[in-house]
Design a protein around this ligand. Sequence first.
Ligand code: GCV
Length: 719
Amino acid sequence: MKHKKQHKNIFFCLFLLTYSLSNAQNDYKLWLQYSPITSPETVSNYHKNVQGIVKYGESETLQVALNEMQTGLQSMLGNSIGLTTKKENSIIIGTYSSLDKDFQNLIKSNLEKIQKDGYIIKTITNNNTKNILITGKTDVAVLYGAFNFLKLIQTNKSIENLNIIDSPKTDIRILNHWDNLDGKVERGYAGSSLWNWQKLPLFIEQRYINYARANASIGINGTVLTNVNANALILTPLYLEKVKALANAFRPYGIKVYLTARFSAPIEIGGLKTADPTDKDVINWWKEKAKEIYNQIPDFGGFLVKANSEGQPGPQNYGKNHVDGANMLADAVSPFGGVIMWRAFVYSEHDVDDRAKQAFSEFVPYDGRFRKNVIVQVKNGPIDFQPREPFHPMFGAMPKTPLMMEFQITQEYLGFSSHLVFLPKLYQEVLQSDTYSKGKGSTVAKIVDGTLENHTISGIAGVSNIGSDLNWTGHPFAQANWYGFGRLAWNPNLDAETIAEEWLRSTFSNDDNFVNPVKKMMINSREAVVNYMTPLGLHHIMATNHHYGPGPWVNNLSRPEWNPVYYHKADANGIGFDRSKTGTKATTQFFPEVEKKFDNLETCPEKYLLWFHHVSWDYKLKNGNTLWDGLALQYQQGVDDVKSMQTTWNKTEKYVDKERFKEVQQLLEIQNQEAKWWRDACLLYFQQYSKKQLPQGVEKPTKTLDYFESLQFPFAPGI
Ligand code: GCV
């Protein structure tokens, strides 16, 4: 007996060793590592409960679910698990309608509790047999259930007496790829585009499948393949055939394909003289185009449109408005069940009003005028994906229109893929902001998931950070932002800490000595970047164009609102953008409770101070420091934060594989140096106006302002 046990142990150790040797490229596997479970209780608990898998139904999606279960379980528990018909100590997968009657009866009451593609994972006892049932109303629900069952084991949770019911809270959970047809990714910091247009449609890279699988594992169900700065060629037959090939590859994973529509496409590829949305030929052209697309891709999701923004064509080129443009496209796709995601990211160089106010001013009057299948996509804040912004005042202000959230996962303004910043913390801050649109508790999350106004469609989009890099996202921890985006799109009320913990356990290790400190590091990382880049409500002071590094001095660009000086307004009297009633009155775009809070210096949260107010260098902060001292100390705090991230990471070596340990260590050193660069460059620049010494505790810059201003990065990625 003892011998047998020893053999078993030796076998398990060999398995662990072979596993770690054969998995040098852990980065690529994202959060689906399925590392061997080392806890003997979990292993024996599993063997006691699971001896085979019973599959009901034949769809491709169910086959994917089965494969995933077999791969995952074998990898984590060391032995293969076969398909069986024996309903005893088995995992049973299948949609509710395909199950045996007695199983159906046992879970009927649970079924009412799931919505849309929600799933049930339940231990059921019947005639002295025990099984684990994974089911839902749709095939993809079963796939979601399978991934979540595997996550239980991955994250060391018990699989005894399971009773889990979970449904997605939003309908469209979608990645926006800003990928150009030439393979470059706008604001992409993880290599080039995943889509190999040249080899499509005949060559389907394994990576496409792995991409779809990773997305499905977190509930993402859509992808916009192309950049919002769109190219009409994607709508030509040559490219549509390629899009169809991708759609076919993604379909078993429940991922729908969408495209960006260039508004001037009828001229560029249709040979028409105009793209006027009220022109009969234009209307017809889009209808025919939609028909052509749906002929090839029956479940095509629809179009995402950037119109009359940053030089993109749109209905205003013809004296028409956003409603005319969006509704015309909506009519073209509606016979096929398609949607139009119309972006509200608009601001004009000809409008002298505060840029932060323009989208609201332009869109809010259109509330109630869009077709049912139009959803207006709004960035999380009124400027542009800054390390910190107040929530966009459009949320809550268009009750008759479904508004979709647009987050940026790629770190355009947050240190690219070189800085470790856990974005779910930022997303959560926005989603939990109270708009007061229907009284207290009218959170952005409730507007986005459609529950506040009972909308029939809802959605969350994330601008992708995925590229051809071996580790997908450039920084190993940037994978957590893709993961966290998916989790929050599924449930906008999830907590960032829960997400960080799930991700760490699935991606690295279940050891609490690793998970706890690293989770803390992730959670603090967002505040760190705010501190060393844009503390106290500063914003958009990044160097121009590429947005890499500091550039508060930039003042020579043709459009005023492209210059950082427009945003910080530092002068001898002080610093900050007066958006209160004495300034641009941007505060009045919020509901009265919020307006009052932001408008009044006494009540405005200090994290938004310089966003809403211009204050003197001697202004007294709540902790008694002057504004100048407080600002300098916050910059220093950011640098110190990164130092402590390094200290935390340096202690993790024994829990992490060599490659990833090294990668993160090196990246943190870049972040450390760049945090200092930010601190020194910004403080030297602002010091010209404050004319004050750095307070005690702030390290002296080692370079001059001239030096920082002279830095050029002609080949910075992502432009
Ligand atoms: C795709 C910002 C970015 C642009 C981006 C734009 C947008 O301005 O810098 O690269 O264009 O936002 O969201 O449309």
